[in-house]
Design a protein around this ligand. Structure first.
Ligand code: FAD
Length: 319
């Protein structure tokens, strides 16, 4: 369980990673190629993201367009099993409300428990393209706190199906992570409202929080202070991602609703070539990591996005 790793580390800062399943048709080797060079940093756990189906419009011979739902990056559960088998470290699959009925969730949790996966990051998920707002399944959860509640119910041996008598049901033992947003979730009216709902996730049974990426440590420190003030006392793991390419100066704020500090943007735009830009990103993220470690964060959690060489260059200076 992730929180047991934190406890065992006894104040030392751990290093962990997040990987994305390859695009459909890709091979598991892509994940191993990303992780092999990072295993020397002893990650106690590795997260695997979940990608729900998206709608695409396909032109039929008749000339009509047909709406089809396609999952571009399937395989989260299989990748978790392969990671645990190859490296002997814990895998943390991300589990969404979006696209799942409560029954689907229950079945997914049973699969995970049978594979001895004992950790999950419980998330709501985003709206799909062509949908203005998040739409849950008819029998699904609206918010991550409800999903946390279902996982806790299973940990207590309570299944949805009334045919399963609770006293005979095997109890799962999931450690539950949830998301937090130092720059607030983009749909929340303000940080106070957002924190109210983060607190609801913890009160529902979440064991720890992983943050959205941020590039100004002060935002993380302020967020942790704000969480503690409202009584959120679980570990808060900083999520980190190096900026390495010019287009990310636009795409990261757009996709993740975060700000990039002016000094970082200036350094990136002034860098003379692609190699120099990667260096800027490494230096920035290394400085962030060193400061976070000095302040005693439980873990530095790196979003690899398939780029192990940059993450490795950072971890080498921090470990
Ligand atoms: P929630 O905690 O449910 O919050 C969603 C919004 O609703 C917030 O604005 C919150 O303030 C508000 N809210 C919450 N509860 C209530 C309530 N009871 N009443 C009213 N408002 C409420 N997405 C993926 O698709 N796959 C992934 O693998 C993935 N991994 C992620 C990993 C991390 C570390 C992070 C930070 C995000 C990840 N995401 C992923 C993105 C995430 O799914 C989106 O940010 C999503 O929009 C919100 O998810 P959440 O779990 O934070 O939602």
């Amino acid at each position: 369980r992730v929180t047991e790793h934190f406890e065992r580390a006894n104040g030392q800062t751990l290093i962990s990673f997040e990987v994305l399943p390859p695009l459909k048709g890709g091979s598991m080797q892509a994940i191993f190629d990303t992780l092999d060079p990072l295993m020397e940093f002893d990650p106690p756990f590795i997260d695997v993201t979940y990608h729900r189906e998206e709608y695409v419009y396909k032109k039929r011979p008749s000339g009509y367009y047909e709406k089809t739902a396609i999952r571009k990056r399937p395989g989260t559960v299989g990748i978790c099993a392969a990671i645990m088998h190859r490296y002997g470290v814990d895998a943390v699959p991300h589990l969404l409300c979006g696209g799942f009925t409560k029954q689907d969730t229950e079945n997914a949790l049973i699969d995970l428990a049978f594979l001895d996966v004992q950790n999950v990051l419980a998330l709501r998920g985003d709206a799909r393209k062509f949908e203005g707002r998040f739409v849950p399944e008819k029998e699904g959860h609206h918010y991550a706190c409800e999903l946390v509640g279902q996982i806790v119910d299973m940990n207590n041996g309570h299944y949805l199906d009334e045919l399963i008598k609770d006293e005979h049901a095997s109890k799962t033992n999931f450690c539950i992570g949830v998301a937090g947003y130092p720059e607030k979730h983009f749909e929340a009216a303000n940080l106070e409202h957002d924190l109210r709902y983060v607190k609801a996730k913890v009160e529902a049974g979440a064991d720890y929080i992983v943050t959205q990426m941020f590039f100004d440590n002060q935002k993380y420190f302020d967020y942790v202070d704000a969480c503690r003030k409202v009584g959120i006392n679980v570990p808060i793991v900083p999520g980190l991602k190096p900026v390495t390419k010019l287009y990310q100066l636009n795409s990261l704020p757009r996709m993740f609703h975060i700000d990039l500090p002016d000094d970082l943007v200036t350094a990136m735009t002034k860098a003379k070539d692609a190699e120099a830009r990667v260096q800027v990103g490494i230096e920035w993220c290394t400085a962030q990591s060193k400061e976070l470690k000095a302040r005693g964060v439980p873990c530095l959690h790196y979003y690899t996005m398939g780029d192990s060489s940059t993450i490795r260059a950072i971890a080498e200076q921090v470990a």
